[in-house]
Design a protein around this ligand. Sequence first.
Ligand code: HEC
Length: 125
Amino acid sequence: MLRKTLILAVIAATGLAGCVPAPSQSGRAVFDASCAGCHGTDARGGVGPDLTLLSTRNGGSFPMTAVLDQIDGYAQGQPGRARTMPPMGDLMTGPLVRVDTGAGVTRPVPEKIVALSAYLRGVQR
Ligand code: HEC
């Protein structure tokens, strides 16, 4: 079951799915635990911005690479970023999966972050 969820998450993350996938359940759990406090239980904003309008603000397509950069970057505690989101190092635990970021370029991303990104993609309105 976990493996199936991950495969769906990777498909969603790489844009291979022909239609919008249902929000990833494992991604939802990560969101509730790590993000909902600031971005709202429905992801519609709070201390942090509304995360259901990322596609709308990006001309209608989900900005997967930017979202991965945002979450992965914070999780890694990269220097030079606005430090308004806390480092989320526990998202870095667990296996890595390769995500196609376009033009055949892949990068390794922790599977929790891939699932989270798939969840966010699914809640766009
Ligand atoms: C302590 C509060 C806080 C937590 C926890 C938090 N965020 Fe944020 N988030 C913010 C704030 C404030 C911003 C806007 C400023 C910035 O980019 O740092 C933001 C920005 C973002 C953005 C960019 C939004 C845009 O409009 O471009 C994304 C994506 C995001 N957060 C995702 C997440 C995810 C996913 C989690 C959980 C892993 C998370 N955040 C946890 C406060 C938080």
